[in-house]
Design a protein around this ligand. Structure first.
Ligand code: F6P
Length: 597
């Protein structure tokens, strides 16, 4: 053997030893995780979670950056521990436009409670519960004012309160300009590749600014001290991080952008692009669902702002502030209790078929979302028609049930979509249906979580064919609902969820022929293949749950806070002693000298 051959051999042996060690480590960790609850004494599950979280923290400290948190069993307890150990006394404040509970007045004058159709709400609700935080949101329900106290607060969830919902009131003009106008006719189409032209009006921008200011004041009013952790949600509040920073300079502001971020060329369309970036860059952390969108954001900053980009650290320095720009894929709470409360899959199938008049021998394909042009609902109808054209033997054998929660219904683009959906569904039913068989059932109504899960459980196929989507939690909910390990997910390659749920049938919603063939594949897929795919996706969603999403951000926030604290101690010490950056004195001594706890 030549010297080169010997070297290569040694390298291969070492690499394979390394890989084996890694595999053994992962397998031991999995084993421990799988058995942690059942294994030993009561409480040991929690202890394991805490220990695992500590391990992550140690790694995290050692590397000076976020590590893969795969070894932690993420639960509400893990979050609470991270808060108690790493961010003691920190008050968590969530800010979003949409509120988690809406109180509406019924026709009979009663008050009904509605949980809105919103991925943001389903993800943030368990987190706020776990942190016993304060959630600030627009009070848009017709009975919202009647149920709050004199500080506009109400304890929620109803029946089992664990956090405070603080409602903010908006005038008709504010709502029109900030929410319908700038957020949903401007930023929404700007950030989604769905070929709907963004509309930017000066008056909408003014309203957006004013409403962001109003929310900033509410954050300040709700903050119990100078150092809350504020979780700013979504494109409704791009200016809020700056406004909070000006009033509470020591706050940690974590901003999460729930929708895609466009490339810098598209972003440049926005007349207030610099103001938006300036606002966001006052966040301590900005999160996106995918690395791709985080990169698009950084590229926009690079192009339009005087800033320094530290690519290796995924950080941006702007105006004396460092902001981490990271991908944190959002998820759901694994629905253990909900599944326990739901009927069996067989029962759900029977109920849903009866409720919507679906023949017992037809396969059921479902779509569940807000009625939004980014969701690709018409493209789904198109694919169904293509299936019937290419495979006429499937006519009569499949029914497509589309649940579309009304959304932003006063905007022209949404009205038009609704009309087109109605028209196309009618056409398909006329063309391919008969007296007893209707291939499309379109239900434009809001469904509560339990009802939605019943539909998922009744389905043979779930279609998530968004034209563009930050993540899409319907895909994850469908997978979580199927404890029978059956059902096929058709998932758009343009939804963030397709980066994680690789065992779905990944489709391009613009390609009707391809989608129709994927539908056929799903319709004829045997139970074994369904089980294999579903099992792997369920493992992913169970492990990468919403507590991991929030926990990863809080860990990053803890690191930032520690770094800020050290900077402050050094500055205070230097000022008190006149020593300019003298490294001989330990941090412990410095802390003692300036009375820092
Ligand atoms: O998924 C993106 C998103 O904007 C969420 O952030 C939001 O809650 C959801 O869509 C629903 O939209 P809206 O609150 O406008 O009804």
């Amino acid at each position: 053997m030549t010297q080169y051959g010997v070297d290569l051999f040694l390298v291969l042996v070492l690499a394979s030893l390394g890989l084996s060690a890694l595999a053994i480590f992962i397998s031991i960790s999995r084993h421990r995780r799988n058995h942690s609850k059942a294994a030993v004494l009561p409480g040991s599950g929690e202890d394991f979670a805490t220990e695992a979280a500590r391990k992550v923290l140690r790694e995290f400290e050692k590397n000076g950056q976020s590590v893969d948190a795969a070894l932690v069993t993420w639960s509400p307890d893990t979050l609470r521990k991270i808060l108690a150990d790493e961010l003691p006394d920190a008050q968590v404040i969530v800010v979003s436009n949409r509120e988690p509970y809406i109180h509406n007045e019924t026709k009979d004058g009663d008050v009904e409670l509605v949980v809105p159709a919103s991925g943001l709400v389903s993800a943030l609700e368990p987190i706020t519960r776990a942190c016993a935080g304060t959630w600030i949101a627009y009070g848009g329900g017709s009975a919202d004012r009647t149920v709050v106290d004199r500080n506009d607060r109400i304890q929620v969830p109803p029946g089992n309160p664990s956090y405070t919902l603080r409602r903010v009131w908006l005038s008709e003009d504010e709502y029109q300009g900030y929410y319908l106008g700038f957020a949903n006719e401007g930023l929404w189409p700007l950030c989604h590749i769905a070929f709907t032209r963004p509309i930017f009006r000066e008056s909408d921008w003014k309203a957006y600014e004013a409403v962001n200011r109003k929310f900033a004041e509410t954050v300040v009013a709700e903050a119990r001290n100078e150092r809350p952790i504020v979780l700013v949600q979504d494109y409704h509040f791009a200016l809020l991080p700056r406004m909070i920073r000006e009033r509470l300079p020591e706050a940690i502001v974590i901003t999460f952008w729930h929708i895609p971020w466009p490339n810098s060329e598209v972003f440049s369309i926005c007349p207030w692009r610099e103001r938006i970036l300036d606002g966001l860059l006052c966040s301590s952390i900005i999160g996106f669902h995918t690395q791709f969108h985080a990169n698009n954001f950084t590229e926009s900053v690079d192009r339009f702002m005087e800033s320094r980009i530290e690519r290796a650290d995924a950080a941006v320095s702007y105006g004396g502030q460092v902001t981490l720009v990271h991908a944190y894929p959002i998820s759901i709470e694994w629905p253990v209790e909900l599944l326990e409360a739901l009927p069996s899959v067989e029962e759900c199938r029977a109920r849903i078929r009866k409720r919507f008049g679906i023949p017992a021998d037809a396969k059921l394909c479902v779509g569940v979302e807000r009625l939004d042009y980014t969701k690709g609902i018409l493209d789904r109808f198109h694919a169904l028609e293509e299936l019937f054209i290419r495979h006429p033997e499937m006519i009569g054998k499949v029914v497509f049930l589309q649940i579309a929660a009304p959304s932003r219904g006063t905007l022209p683009a949404y009205k038009q979509l609704y009309e087109e959906c109605l028209r196309y569904a009618e056409e398909l039913n006329e063309r391919y249906g008969n007296g007893t068989y209707q291939p499309v059932v379109l239900v434009a109504e809001h469904h509560a979580q339990k009802g939605v899960y019943e539909i998922y459980r009744a389905a043979d196929i779930c279609m998530v064919t968004s034209l563009h989507d930050g993540m899409n939690l319907v895909a994850k909910e469908f997978v979580a609902s199927r404890d029978d390990e059956q059902g096929v997910l058709l998932l758009s390659t343009f939804a963030g969820a397709s980066r994680e749920l690789l065992e779905a049938l990944i489709v391009n919603p613009y390609d009707a022929a391809m989608m129709s063939e994927a539908m056929l594949q799903a319709l004829v897929m045997g139970p074994d293949e369904q089980r294999e795919r579903m099992r792997r996706m369920r493992d992913i969603v169970r492990d990468n749950n919403v507590y991991r999403w929030a926990g990863s951000m809080l860990l990053d926030a803890a690191r930032l806070r520690k770094r800020d604290d050290l900077d402050r101690v050094t500055a205070l010490y230097d000022r008190a002693t006149g020593s300019a950056g003298d490294n001989v004195v330990s941090m412990f001594e410095r802390k003692q000298a300036v009375g820092f706890r």
